[in-house]
Every structure is written in structure tokens, then in C-alpha cells.
Design a protein around this ligand. Structure first.
Ligand SMILES: Cc1cc2nc3c(=O)[nH]c(=O)nc-3n(C[C@H](O)[C@H](O)[C@H](O)COP(=O)(O)OP(=O)(O)OC[C@H]3O[C@@H](n4cnc5c(N)ncnc54)[C@H](O)[C@@H]3O)c2cc1C
Length: 753
């Protein structure tokens, strides 16, 4: 193998030991690389606007940093039909306006950008492109997303469509907020008694001196274009750049020689380069081979890492690779393990001061979440969906399932009908691995302030992932906190080992390093060992591309079933799997899918009627928007042109939306349909009149309705079946009235009356 570059710029992937230039985080600043790319691309462009307009260039650069091509449309924009003709003037103008809107919002992500504000800087000649670009960016989650407190007031009044989101992790919460902002009625069912899922910040330490420690997702990896950085800005939450310096220590506690460290790191990166070359030669065979076996072969072939020190160092890098992928190298696909590399977010890796719960907490604001609701069964069909939790049934038009891949692999949820074979196959093939942590709060910081991470080599290859990397959290957690990482095979063994033994081992490692420096390692005030693999609401840490699998499996997992059942979560993100931002973006993506689907149905109601019962459901909701009679929580619709007391009416009863009341109702009525919950009954006009004679509190009224009048109450879906003909005839009577009203306007004004 060749010698390292003199500048030591050798790392090509992997977590935090990248040799990136030292600089502090500033969202306004973009990489030089970005400027270079932009420059070449813009030079190719023709037309006065691009040559002279500096502002347009800057805006193009911002759009580029957000993943939009400079002089072309995204494939998704093309599919969405944002312009009539590709590659012409209209497309160029659209791109300029799209970039302008993106730049305007990025300039101040705390505001809800309106079309009115954009009009101040775009001439009316481009009104249609402004509308198209704005709607595209809004409904695809590129602007006006996040947790700014100002946003909730912009949410429109809820429409009739209902969505149940299963899981209150980043994906579920992002989707729920976005759907609420599009005007859907949303309910989130979460199995745990807390939100956040694999983002979990634990309060540790002593009363009055608590530290906030992330036991799950912690590092915001790559700050440019990262939506979580937008959230941090909206909350004015400081980000702390994770410094790249990471000193390594031998198993006996001695520091690793710097030159040896650089040489082995270089050799490791060359090995990965060789894997890329080899897999090209292997073609399809690489898909059936593990990264681990290819690396072993190449290691032997090039006689890499011969001495004990070199072997241990190389093993440290392999452990780091297993950490980045949450999987043993023997399980990773040699062909596709790094398929997401091209999409890696640029910029520094950062911690959020105070822990990531701050993002979660803000995302929960205004979202109706029901805790302790583990979904056992999800039923889906043309009429809608039902999510079953124990003996409770929740119904809606759509369901969005965001549970971890580990939960799907365990078949912990029963899907009725069964999921399509190709999805089941992908679930089976995809990898879901393990990363565990030991979080420790000490009485004081004894490990120094110079770096945010340090690593420790292990003697044996099978233990290489045990406490191989330590994160210092004291700058951001509010306490003297260290976290030790356990990856690869060691993470599996960790799950079944007594925590007191694990703590003893980690302290021995720390003492080995620091006692040799004359520093005493104190006993921790508190420690926690995670067990993500045994967690029944996760069954692992995050996904990876395993042998026989590929990036395509992420796309298949993301596919919806029957336009009713949708999927989000990190394992549905081909571009950003295994990350917090990938989970978040997948939630925005599915909210957009649901919006596009229902929006298209509204545009083309006939087609959608044939496909599903959603339009019929909308008819009912529209009828109740203008009831024929209303009194408090009771609303009635009937054919008001008829005086017949035997003619049918439908009554809607709306319950309040606090969780407490809702729980109470669930006890006596376990089949809710809406939130706020609405129940229906079919009654005669005579019964409507009798009801008007009764007054009193809810209990008395409920007893009169059910006992005296013998009425049966039902949810919307049951009503849509049972009351089909009544709804149709009431709708027809209204239409008749409207048509009668319109008739005079249809007279030809030129004709005399
Ligand atoms: C130890 C660890 C370290 C990590 N480090 C990083 C990092 O540094 N940087 C980074 O970007 N990412 C990191 N990640 C990954 C990141 O945390 C995840 O990719 C992301 O949080 C996943 O979000 P999600 O919404 O897809 O899933 P989840 O957060 O798992 O949300 C799914 C939710 O569904 C719930 N649920 C499950 N089953 C059911 C059911 N049957 N009914 C109802 N609810 C159910 C769960 O309780 C959970 O709340 C780490 C993960 C772990 C475990």
C-alpha cells in the first residue's frame, strides 16, 4: 500500500474522525467547494440575468446547498409538472423564483413566508410561477417547516381527512406537524410513555445539578442543509461543533504514536478504496458478499497491519465503521454499504446544547399524541384504516406507520391484509443493527477540555467495539458527562451482560488511560447502560445495507400500500438512513405524499370516488359544515324542503378534545372515529323535534337519546355504510335547492324577461 499524503487528509467516511478543516459553525457560510461548483455551473449559463445579477447567483448557491440543482429541475419537480415546457425560458424563470423563495425563507426560518411577502420582490408578470414554486416548496416541506412558535397560528382549519400516525419519533412528529399545517386532522399513537423514540435525552446526576444526556441519537451529522439545524435556529438553541481531534489510547492506556496513527488510518482508507475497485470487478457478486470478508481478503493480500499495535489500530477503525453502520462488517453488503455517501450532509457535526429533547419537545407542541398505545394490528382497505390497540379501535382515512425496522422485522404489528410480498422481502433483507452506550455522570471533569472525543483500542478483534470511543458531553449537557460507545459484536454481548460488570469494565479502561497520567478517576454519580436491542419498541439501533440488500430496499419500505397505509422512519430514507435528519425528512416526505394524494382526489373527484370511499366521506363532512339545525354539541342534517315527520335526519354529536374526556369516552365507546370525537345517529324528524323539548346536562341527554328514543350511535365509517341512502338523499335535496337558486342567473341576459 502507498504512503499517506503529507497533509494527512485521508479519512473518507465515518463518523467523527474526519479530518475536516477546523472552523466554527455559521449557517451563512458555505464551503469553498460549493462556490467552485457553482461558479463553473453558472458560467455555462446563458442570459443576462445570470451574468449580472449577483443576488440571483447567491440565491442559486443557497438552493444548491439545499440539494437543488443550479440550472436544472429536480426530477421530482419535473414529475410534479412545475413547468409546461422543459429547458425553455419558463424553466429558467421558475428556477430563479424557486431559488429566491428558498433564500427568502432561509434568511429567516422563524417566519411563515407568505406569497404576499414574495410578491414584494417578484413582478406580477411571474405570478403563476410564483404560485407554482411556492406551492411546490410548501407542500414538499422545503419552506415553512419546523417548530417556530409563530407557525401554529398559520395552520388552517382542519379539513375532513384524518390521519393516524403510529410512532412519536422524529419521523412521526415531523409528519404530524406537517399534516396539521396542511389542514388534516391528526392523531399520533405512541407505544411508549414519552415522545422521541430513538431520540431520548435522560436527565442524570443530582438534584440541582442535572445533566441532559442523549442515550439515543445525539450528533447532528453535517449542518449544511440539515433540517434539524433549521429547528435549532427556530428555537435559538446553540449548536456545539464536535471538534475533530480524537486522541487514541492503547489497551494499556498509553497514547498511540501519532505517526503510526496516521499511517494506519491512511492504510484503512486505502483498503476501502480497494473495496470500491474490487466490487466494480466483481459486478453482481459483490451484492452477495460481505464488506467484512472483502476487507479481510484485501488486508491479507496487501499485508496491512502486521504488528500488534497496527492490528489493534486497524481494528479501532473497523469498529468505527461498525459504529457508523450499526452493524457487524460481516453483515454489511460489500456492494452497497455506502450507497448513501453521495448525499452526506456537508458541514460540521454538532451537538445541541441541552440535548435533542429540546427539538422533540418543541415538535410535540400542538400535536395530539396518545401515549402507552402500542399498535397490535393495522387494517387498511378502500374505506380507510383501523389501528387496533388492545381492545380499542382507532379509525381514520390514512395511517402512517413510523415504527422502527426492528419492530417490523419482529412482526410485532399484524397488518391486515398482509403487506405486499416485495415489502416483506425488503424488511427481511435489510439490516438493523446495534449501538449501545454507557452514560456516566462524574463529580468533575477529569478527562480534560482539549477534545470532545477520545478513543481506546482493544486487544482482541471480537471486542474491538467495546468502549472504543468516548464522547465528552460536559460542554453541552450541563454536567460532567462522558459517554462510552459499544459497537459491532461487542454491542450484542453488551445486551446480556450485567450492568455492574459493564460499569466495572468501562472504569477499568478509563483508569488505564488516566491513572497513567497521574489523574484519579472518581466513581460516577450515576451511570446508565442502554439496551436498544432488547427494547420491544425498537429491537435495535438503526438500519444498514446488509448482504443481499441494496438502497432500493429503502425505497420499497417507503412505498405506500393501496394509497391508505404509508411508511416513514429512518429505514425508509434511501439518501439519509440511520440518522435523525433522515427520519425527520421522511416524515415531511410522507406528509407531502398524503397531501398530493388527497389533493389530486379533490381535483378529480370522479376518479377518486371509483377508487375509494373518501369522497362520500367528504360529502357527509360538507353537509355538516352547514347543518340544518344546530344546538351546542348537536348538529342535524335533513331535507329541510320536506315537512314529513317520518323523513330521516342524521345527528352529529361532538365531544371535546382534551385527552381526559377522550379517555372517559373510550371507556364506554371503544370505537372512535375522529378527534375531536364525533358520533352519529340516524333518527326521524319527529325525534329531532322531541329532542328539542329536552334540556339538561350531558348525562340526562345521553340517557334520553339512548333509552327513551332507543337511538344507536356509531362512528363515521359505520354511518357511511348504514346511512348511505339517507346521506345521498339529503345531499341531493341540497343540490336541488342550490340549482333552483342558480337558475335565474343562467338566463341569457340579452333576452328580455
Ligand atoms: C444509540 C443510538 C445512537 C444514535 N446516534 C445518532 C447520531 O448521533 N446521529 C444521528 O443522526 N442519528 C443517530 N441515531 C439514529 C437516530 O436516532 C434515528 O435514526 C432516529 O431517531 C429514528 O427516528 P424514527 O422516527 O425513524 O424512529 P423512532 O425514533 O424509533 O420512532 C418510532 C416510534 O414508534 C414507536 N413504536 C414502535 N412500535 C410501536 C407500536 N407498535 N405502536 C405504537 N408506537 C410504536 C416507538 O416507541 C418510537 O417512539 C442513533 C440511534 C441510536 C439508537
Amino acid at each position: 500500500m502507498e504512503n499517506p499524503n503529507p497533509d494527512g487528509s485521508v479519512s473518507r467516511r465515518v463518523s467523527l474522525r474526519k479530518r475536516v478543516n477546523m472552523r466554527s459553525y455559521n449557517e451563512g457560510m458555505l464551503d469553498d467547494e460549493l462556490f467552485d461548483k457553482l461558479d463553473t455551473s453558472l458560467k455555462k449559463k446563458k442570459g443576462p440575468k445570470y451574468d449580472v445579477n449577483k443576488e440571483t447567483d447567491t440565491e442559486a448557491m443557497i438552493a444548491f446547498s439545499l440539494g437543488f440543482p443550479i440550472d436544472a429541475l429536480l426530477e421530482h419537480e419535473i414529475r410534479s409538472g412545475v413547468v409546461k415546457e422543459l429547458s425553455g425560458k419558463e424553466q429558467n424563470d421558475y428556477i430563479v423564483i424557486r431559488n429566491h423563495i428558498l433564500a427568502l425563507w432561509r434568511d429567516n426560518v422563524r417566519i411563515w413566508l407568505t406569497k404576499g411577502q414574495i410578491r414584494e420582490t417578484v413582478t406580477s408578470e411571474f405570478e403563476h410561477l410564483l404560485n407554482t414554486a411556492y406551492d411546490y416548496l410548501l407542500y414538499n416541506g422545503h419552506i415553512n417547516f419546523g417548530v417556530s412558535p409563530l407557525f401554529i397560528s398559520q395552520f388552517p382549519e382542519a379539513k375532513e381527512e384524518t390521519v393516524i400516525v403510529i410512532g412519536a419519533g422524529l419521523a412521526g412528529l415531523a409528519a404530524a406537524r406537517q399534516l396539521l399545517s396542511f389542514g388534516y386532522k391528526v392523531m399520533v399513537l405512541e407505544g411508549r410513555n414519552r415522545p422521541g423514540g430513538r431520540v431520548y435525552t435522560q436527565k442524570m446526576g443530582k438534584e440541582g445539578k442535572f445533566a441532559a444526556v442523549d442515550l439515543g441519537g445525539s450528533v447532528i451529522t453535517g449542518i449544511h442543509a440539515n433540517p434539524l439545524a433549521v429547528l435549532a435556529r427556530q428555537l435559538s438553541a446553540p449548536l456545539h461543533k464536535v471538534r475533530v481531534d480524537c486522541p487514541l489510547y492503547k489497551p494499556n492506556g498509553e497514547p498511540v504514536d501519532k505517526e503510526l496513527d496516521t499511517n494506519v488510518e491512511f492504510a484503512f482508507n486505502r483498503l476501502l478504496d480497494k473495496v470500491m475497485e474490487l466490487r466494480k470487478i466483481m459486478g453482481g457478486f459483490a451484492s452477495d458478499t460481505s464488506l467484512g470478508s472483502v476487507l479481510e481478503t484485501l488486508k491479507a493480500l496487501y499485508a496491512v497491519a502486521q504488528s500488534t499495535d497496527e492490528k489493534q489500530l486497524l481494528n479501532w477503525h473497523l469498529a468505527n465503521l461498525e459504529y457508523a453502520n450499526a452493524g457487524c462488517l460481516s453483515n454489511l453488503s460489500a456492494a452497497h454499504w455506502d450507497q448513501d455517501d453521495p448525499y452526506e450532509m456537508g458541514g460540521d457535526h454538532c451537538f445541541l446544547a441541552g440535548g435533542n429533547w429540546r427539538l422533540i419537545k418543541a415538535m410535540c407542541e400542538g400535536v395530539p399524541i396518545f401515549y402507552g398505545k402500542t399498535a397490535n394490528t393495522i387494517r387498511y382497505g378502500n374505506e380507510g384504516v383501523e389501528v387496533i390497540v388492545g381492545d380499542q379501535v382507532f379509525q381514520a382515512d390514512y395511517a402512517l406507520c413510523t415504527v422502527p425496522l426492528g419492530v417490523l422485522k419482529k412482526k410485532a404489528i399484524n397488518f391486515e391484509p398482509e403487506l405486499p410480498a416485495r415489502k416483506l422481502e425488503s424488511i427481511e433483507k435489510m439490516g438493523f443493527g446495534l449501538l449501545n452506550k454507557v452514560a456516566m455522570v462524574f463529580p468533575h471533569v477529569f478527562w480534560g477540555e482539549e477534545s470532545d472525543t477520545f478513543g481506546c483500542l482493544n486487544e482482541n478483534s471480537q471486542d474491538r467495539g467495546e468502549f472504543f470511543l468516548f464522547y465528552s458531553y460536559h460542554t453541552v449537557s450541563g454536567g460532567s458527562t462522558l459517554i462510552a460507545l459499544v459497537a459491532g459484536e461487542a454491542a450484542q454481548n453488551f445486551e446480556t451482560t450485567d450492568p455492574s460488570i459493564l460499569l466495572h469494565r468501562v472504569l477499568t479502561t478509563l483508569k488505564g488511560i488516566f491513572n497513567a497520567k497521574g489523574i484519579t478517576v472518581p466513581d460516577p454519580i450515576q451511570s446508565i447502560c442502554t439496551r436498544w436491542g432488547s427494547d420491544p419498541l425498537s429491537y435495535g439501533s438503526y438500519s444498514h445495507v446488509s448482504v443481499h440488500s441494496s438502497g432500493k430496499d429503502y425505497d420499497i419500505l417507503a412505498e405506500n400500500v393501496g394509497n391508505r397505509l404509508f411508511f416513514a422512519g429512518e429505514a425508509t430514507s434511501r439518501q439519509f438512513p440511520a440518522t435523525m435528519h433522515g427520519a425527520f425528512l421522511s416524515g415531511l416526505r410522507e406528509a407531502s405524499h398524503i397531501y398530493q394524494l388527497t389533493h389530486n382526489q379533490l381535483v378529480n373527484p370522479k376518479k377518486s370516488m371509483a377508487k375509494n370511499g373518501g369522497a362520500f366521506n367528504r360529502t357527509l363532512v360538507n353537509l355538516f359544515k352547514k347543518p340544518d339545525l344546530e344546538s351546542g354539541k348537536y348538529a342535524f342534517i335533513y331535507d329541510s324542503s320536506s315537512e314529513d315527520l317520518h323523513s330521516k335526519a342524521i345527528m352529529q354529536m361532538t365531544f371535546g378534545c382534551t385527552e381526559e374526556i377522550y379517555r372517559e369516552i373510550l371507556n364506554c365507546y371503544p370505537n372512535p372515529t375522529e378527534f375531536p370525537m364525533q358520533l352519529y345517529t340516524i333518527m326521524s324528524r319527529e325525534q329531532v323535534q322531541q329532542m328539542q323539548q329536552i334540556s339538561g346536562e350531558d348525562k340526562k341527554m345521553w340517557s334520553f337519546l339512548t333509552k327513551n328514543l332507543g337511538l344507536k350511535f356509531m362512528g363515521m365509517n359505520t354511518l357511511l355504510n348504514a346511512g348511505n341512502s339517507v346521506i345521498t338523499s339529503i345531499a341531493a335535496s341540497r343540490k336541488g335547492k342550490r340549482n333552483r337558486k342558480l337558475t335565474p342567473q343562467l338566463h341569457n341576459p340579452n333576452k328580455s324577461p
